[in-house]
Design a protein around this ligand. Structure first.
Ligand SMILES: *[C@@H]1O[C@H](CO)[C@@H](O)[C@H](O)[C@H]1NC(C)=O
Length: 391
């Protein structure tokens, strides 16, 4: 029952997209499908329950996909405009004009997106496929998002032991684009297949960054402040709400099929440096060391690795630069975290004041915590901690 709880939450605030199979265009949105599914569930009508919940998920995914694409397109467009502006105009006005422009763009883009004919719902046989296998996938997906549900865990075990279900084929329906590459790379690491470690981890980086972009756009969502602040307060509140949400993205993306890999993004560079080292590409290894150290400048093992590489024959000071993509990523993170903590500081005194709803329950992003690192005695590059994946 993968997304149903999530759906409950979204159903309230989104009107949903009217779409359906081409040639049988449905009037229903995911909100309707969810309602039908729930009614069927309460009536023990499993076939309709399954069918409608699957349709709800499909429709919801489609809705999300269109909205996400529009957000990306319109952000790019308004940035382009903003870039070509000449000076003179007041900055303040310009910022809000950018918002107005982006809003118009989003409205147009969404309208076009939901009018289009390529709805993903083309095949209702989805609902009639191997039931146990599907149920196992759904239960597994739910378990990843809600790891504390014992009932779902026992459901998973039940489904896995059901006829026609192959344990290794159970998938997370909300799989992230880089999960497979990261897991494969970790396996190759254990097998000491260094070139494959490199090949797979190099795939992780752009795919991870893309997923984080998607996650950040998802954060630009409605926010019920619970009161009616005036304009500037409202904007500031909403901005803070979204910023806080965005800073939680790295944490969310560290959940690989239920296994939480803390500091996953920096860890990628940790794996890569050892891979490059093993295949003799010391320059790339050094760049990975520097990339990792951006996040954890105090890391002793990695500092020793740096010193080790520096002593290698032919080592050049120019090698010891982090990759550009990491620098950009890190700087944005740093600035955003700094801004958020300034905001939190300034609003501390208002903490008990309901006027600033979001200043309560402040949770700092987890990026300062780091992996336990295995201490090595000799000056060999430190391997990343072993990662074990099991269902
Ligand atoms: C908003 O859009 C209008 C019309 O396309 C354009 O002239 C204006 O420069 C844009 N403003 C900003 C701040 O991007």
């Amino acid at each position: 029952m993968a997304n149903y709880q999530i759906l409950v939450a979204v159903c309230v605030c989104l009107c949903g997209a009217k779409l359906g199979a081409e040639g049988g265009r449905s009037e229903w949105t995911f909100v309707d499908y969810f309602k039908f599914g729930k009614e069927a569930y309460l009536a023990n009508d499993w076939k309709n329950c399954d069918e409608n919940f699957n349709l709800a998920i499909e429709d919801y995914r489609y809705y999300k996909q269109v909205v996400l694409r529009c957000k990306k397109v319109c952000r790019a467009e308004s940035k382009e405009y903003a870039g070509t502006k000449s000076g003179g105009k007041e900055k303040y006005l310009e910022v809000f004009e950018t918002f107005v422009n982006e809003t118009l763009c989003l409205m147009r883009c969404k309208r076009k997106g939901f009018e289009s004919d390529n709805s993903p719902i083309t095949d209702c046989s989805f609902a009639q496929m191997t039931e146990y296998a599907k149920a196992a996938d759904a239960a597994f997906t739910y378990h990843i998002l809600h790891p504390n549900s014992d009932i779902m865990l026992s459901n998973i075990h039940y489904y896995i032991n059901s006829p026609g279900v192959v344990k290794d084929n159970v998938i997370n329906l909300e799989n992230l684009k880089y999960t497979k590459y990261f897991m494969d790379a970790a396996q190759y690491y254990r097998d000491e297949s260094w070139q494959q470690v490199i090949d797979n981890m190099e795939q992780v980086i752009p795919k991870y960054l893309e997923s984080e972009e998607d996650c950040r756009f998802d954060c630009e969502k409605p926010f019920d402040m619970g009161w009616f602040p005036d304009f500037i307060t409202s904007v500031a509140n909403h901005f803070t709400f979204c910023l806080r949400c965005k800073l939680k993205c790295p944490g969310k993306l560290e959940n690989l099929d239920g296994e939480v890999i803390e500091g996953l993004f920096p860890l990628t560079y940790h794996y890569l440096q050892i891979g490059y080292f093993k295949v003799g590409d010391l320059k790339s290894a050094a760049q990975c060391v520097e990339s990792y150290l951006l996040f954890y400048p105090e890391d002793e093992d990695m500092t020793l690795n740096r010193e080790y590489y520096q002593t290698k024959e032919g080592a050049d000071p120019s090698w010891f630069q982090p990759w550009d993509e990491v620098v950009q990523y890190f700087n944005r993170l740093k600035h955003e975290k700094a801004l958020l903590s300034r905001i939190d500081e300034s609003f501390k005194e208002f903490e008990s004041n309901p006027d600033f709803v979001e200043s309560k329950a402040l949770e700092a992003p987890k990026l300062d915590e780091k992996e336990e690192v295995i201490i090595v005695e000799d000056y060999k590059p430190t391997p990343p901690p072993m990662v074990k994946f099991e269902l």
